[in-house]
Design a protein around this ligand. Sequence first.
Ligand SMILES: Nc1ncnc2c1ncn2[C@@H]1O[C@H](COP(=O)(O)OP(=O)(O)OP(=O)(O)O)[C@@H](O)[C@H]1O
Length: 568
Amino acid sequence: MLKELLAYVRPHRKVLVLGGLLGLVGSAAGLAMPLLAKFVVDAFGQDRSMAGPLLWLTLVVVVGAVVAAVGNYLMERTGEGIVLGARRRLVDRMLRLKVADVDRLKPGDLLSRVTGDTTLLRAVLTNGIVESISATFMLVGAIVMMVAMDGVLLLVTLLVLVVIGGLVASVMPKIQRAQTQAQESVGEMGAVLDRALQAYRTVKASGAEEREIAVVGEAAVQARDRGLQVAGWTSLAGVATSVAVQIAFLAVLGVGGARVAAGTLEISSLIAFLLYLFYLVMPIGQLIQGGVQLQQGLAAMKRIKEIEDLPAEPVGAAPAGSDEPVGVTFDDVVFRYGDDRPVVHDGVSFEVPPGGLTALVGPSGAGKSTVFALLERFYEHQAGLITIGGRDIRDWPLSELRSTLGYVEQDAPVLAGTLRENLLFAAQEATEDELNRAIARTRLDDLVARLPEGLDTAVGHRGVLLSGGERQRVAIARALLRKPRLLLLDEATSQLDAVNELRLREVIAEVAAETTVLVIAHRLSTVTNADRIVVMEGGGVRAVGTHAELVGADELYRELAATQFLVS
Ligand SMILES: Nc1ncnc2c1ncn2[C@@H]1O[C@H](COP(=O)(O)OP(=O)(O)OP(=O)(O)O)[C@@H](O)[C@H]1O
């Protein structure tokens, strides 16, 4: 862990050393000031001109201040640089994670790792390190001076120091544990807040504001309590140190006094020794502070590493291949979402030839959306064979596989930004011509004409300024601009009005004339138009055929058609 922590500092070590040195020069200038002030006073007393000493004093003050300021700036700059590096690395990994891993994690907690935990690295890696090093120097320096003065007294002092060291060392793991928990609590608070904000309308409509406020408040209280634990242990370490120094003082006074009385020690040495003893207090305090900061840094590091150690997917721009439609086969596919989860696909087999419209239907929970998740390789199937274009999907390079597919989720997310950004999201290099064609095909031209700034109108957070039907068509246009060889369309279950439904049907039929379209259908209009329908139930495929065939041959389909498709 410590090594990982230092890895963040390595790129900045030169600036950090320079900043530390400048800080030392600043302090030295500060130390020189009393001496120069003495010269000024001397000059005053001896009736000499004060101009020279005053000039020197001014110069030292100004230079000292400037040097200290530059040193401080460099240190802060390094801190920002370290935080930037940590954030970049973490965000980079976060966006390359597997869908399966992200599904397990809480978005609010992930957010707090990028914003909060990276900030904590800053203190430990800049001030923490520099101050600990200078404190160590001071400590060693003082001890060396004490050795020179009296070995016996030093022995007494060291004995007490070892006791403090042991005490503080035993408290540090407790501080670290409490600190880790405190940071986890902050993450948990982010997660519950995120939950409330994501479902804001539902929270309002359910009159659940106060309950959610209480839940987030409780998480905040827990973060406070754990922060208090850290504060408690830290204070204990501080008190132990100061008591120990007092005891050392008394011990040295006792032993030293006896030795002075016996004539084996000069009284002036005893006084100097006692002064040095107090000189130890500051660096010890700084070291303890550095230790606490180190625990914070380690706890933050742990939370950052938890994400960075998750496997990343090889992502990136895929080569533009052919745009011929591809077929799909599922051959005895077995899949479950996790070892402790029920089997979702228990030997699913079906075949979709290239081109045309294929509808997946079946009761809720039959595993239809899961078919798409497997095709996109968001999850890996455990057994059986899935091919796209006759090639095992495990043999496709991931980015190439995904660039072959167009994917429209059920909730058809529209991202914050302009309409144009949303349309070009999956195909940055699409031309203006292609963009206009996609808009026309998805019947979005009316919308564009109506919007105050046309394509450059912002659509609001999660596209809230668009209607459900518009959002869906924006998502389809976005997928089409990718020129998919296979379009996966998870039809929204929300009701569309007659006009929107007609438009959607036309769009799907047009697209199916050019490419393979696999649609999870919730509407009769979609199924009756389909070239083939795959009926899924209870982890398998029950029947395949056209609407007319299935109505005659399959009982479940007849039932579904009679109820589900006609009513939704
Ligand atoms: N990410 C996931 N992690 C764990 N289980 C999941 C996940 N997604 C779906 N499931 C489970 O897998 C089963 C099949 O879900 P799937 O979404 O494929 O069904 P569906 O046929 O598309 O249903 P619907 O028509 O209601 O959307 C369900 O029991 C669901 O609880």
